[in-house]
Design a protein around this ligand. Structure first.
Ligand SMILES: Nc1ncnc2c1ncn2[C@@H]1O[C@H](COP(=O)(O)OP(=O)(O)OP(=O)(O)O)[C@@H](O)[C@H]1O
Ligand SMILES: [Mg+2]
Length: 508
């Protein structure tokens, strides 16, 4: 007897439809699985056998062959258990075959026959919808996530027995309620009001949020660099619906989503500096998204920038520029989106005391030179804003709280609105993403501002790339001020914001 069951294989951030065909015939008892399956899928034979028996079904003592087709798609992970088990049930006549036409099945089985949560429920549900299937059966914990896809009936079940009952004509469980994106990120996020002093750094944070500019914070230990960076998501605009779907899909496939519907907060990722290049941009024998993709539509925070290995930072160059990372392993190629806002933080010198004055800095000239060399790398070249973070004064530390995040965000939102009106039809969302041609076409300068910029360029302190970068930041400053044209003041400030300690110039 032959039975066919539909399921899906996750491939990068995409899904491919997979047929599980189960053939049972007379012969010595055996159970084999063919079709480019990895170790976890081959091991599923043991789980499926135990789960069937422990759920009160029969495990046929005959020759069972399961084929996962198409054979050229890699099948990875334990999510095929449920489809295999149901294939055996149908092929051995323990459940009717007809209802399987409408269902896709996805889930891991425990030996006792319970359904275990799996990664990638949203992507699987989108795949089922795309393939025109009407229903999806998966573990209950992932039902709310799958139910985000409209027009698909989702059955979240707890046990293989319940799946068997449903296929035998039982009542389906109620359609789970999907979480909807909220208008604004809810409470519980750290707020900018906690940060005292550091006026310049706070301003820079606002500019970075408003224009989508990458930012470097430099300051002595304990001045609040990490604190500031963590508060960035609280002043960014809320995720649009499509963005929230993308973030949820990525986090679910990476196994980081707990399955309660849509992720509505912008991600904040702060990988440790020992991270490898593939940990940062994605990789592995089964290409999985890296930190840069987990930070997609959110913030990637590289604390202690000078401690990151050169190859890791080099690997970030292409994703920073293109907004996606291409991972090639063997004959497989996956593309992961990486549109994040980069915040990097560093101490001014290896001991961290250089900016505190006096003779507290214990670094030698050689230490300082090495530190500068490590920083003046390819990454620094792609940062628009380089600002010092000063120690808050005693009065500031004891004083009233700083301006709260929601007030800053209101200004950021207004500036973003102006940008989206100007950038409509270009496919980009903010000033930080403008390429040279956009800058040329869309940034209008007051005559005095143009003279200033030309003079700075003529002095030789500015490269061609630096020139465009200054214009992008200046455009954001003008947007925050509600100005139609970029004025001289904006250009001056943008020049100052990227030239801190002369490093920006050196890098550009
Ligand atoms: N400007 C500030 N306002 C209020 N509290 C601050 C400020 N700066 C530092 N703190 C306090 O000090 C703690 C440490 O700050 P934080 O971790 O942000 O420092 P850092 O600059 O990242 O230091 P490091 O260079 O060692 O990483 C914060 O959790 C906070 O309690
Ligand atoms: Mg820190």
């Amino acid at each position: 007897m032959l039975a066919r069951v539909k399921t899906f294989a996750v491939d990068g951030l995409d899904t491919r439809r997979v047929w599980v065909e189960v053939d049972i015939r007379a012969g010595l008892p055996a159970f084999s699985v063919v079709g480019l399956a990895d170790a976890a899928v081959r091991e599923s034979r043991e789980r499926v056998r135990a789960a069937l028996l422990n759920s009160g079904f029969e495990f046929p003592m005959r020759r069972i062959t399961a084929s996962l087709a198409p054979a050229d798609v890699h099948k990875v992970g334990p999510g095929f258990d449920l489809a295999l088990a149901c294939g055996i049930l149908a092929a051995s006549g323990q459940v009717p075959r007809a209802p399987l036409e409408d269902f896709a099945l996805f889930g891991e089985l425990s030996l006792g026959g319970e359904l275990r949560p799996v990664r990638g429920a949203l992507a699987i549900a989108e795949g089922a919808r795309r393939e025109g299937l009407s229903s999806l059966i998966l573990p209950r914990e992932r039902a709310a996530e799958a139910a985000l896809v409209e027009g698909l009936s989702v059955a979240g079940l707890d046990t293989l027995r319940a799946v068997g009952d449903l296929l035998a004509g039982g009542e389906p469980p109620p359609q789970p309620v999907a979480a909807r994106p909220r208008d604004a990120p809810g409470g519980g996020e750290p707020d900018l009001a906690d940060v005292r002093g550091g006026a310049l750094a706070r301003e820079a944070l606002e500019y970075a949020a408003a224009g989508g500019h990458n930012l470097l914070l430099e300051g002595a230990p304990g001045t609040g660099k990490t604190m500031l960076a963590r508060r960035m998501p609280s002043i960014l605009p809320p995720l649009a619906r499509e963005e929230a779907f993308e973030v949820t899909r990525i986090h679910s496939i990476a196994g980081l989503h707990r399955g309660d519907g849509l992720i509505v907060r912008r991600p904040f990722r702060a990988p440790h500096h020992a991270i490898s290049a593939s940990g940062l941009v994605g990789g592995g024998s089964t290409p999985t998204p890296g930190e840069a993709s987990l930070a997609h539509h959110g913030v990637l925070f590289l604390d202690e920038l000078s401690e990151f290995a050169r190859p890791s930072l080099e690997a970030l160059r292409q994703p920073l520029e293109d907004g996606h990372a291409t991972v090639v392993r063997g004959q497989r190629c996956s593309v992961f989106p990486t549109r994040f806002l980069l915040i990097a933080a560093t101490n001014p010198c290896p001991c961290g005391m250089a900016t505190l004055g006096g003779d507290r800095c214990a670094c030698t000239e050689a230490d300082l030179a090495r530190h500068r060399r490590r920083l003046s790398g390819p990454l620094l070249d792609r940062l628009d804003l380089l600002v010092p973070v000063d120690r808050p004064a005693a009065a500031e530390l004891a004083g009233p709280p700083g301006e709260a995040s929601d007030r800053v965000r209101a200004r950021v939102l207004a500036a973003r609105d102006r940008q989206s009106a100007r950038l409509a039809g270009t496919g980009i969302a903010c000033n930080g993403q403008m390429e040279a041609r956009h800058v040329r076409a869309l940034v209008r300068l007051a005559p005095e501002a143009r003279r200033l910029l030309t003079a700075a360029y003529a002095r030789g302190t500015l490269s061609a790339r630096g020139h465009h970068r200054v214009l992008r930041v200046a455009r954001t400053l003008a947007d925050l001020a509600g100005a139609e044209r970029v004025a001289a003041g904006h250009v001056l400030k943008a020049l100052a914001l990227r030239g801190y300690a002369g490093r920006g110039e050196a890098a550009a």
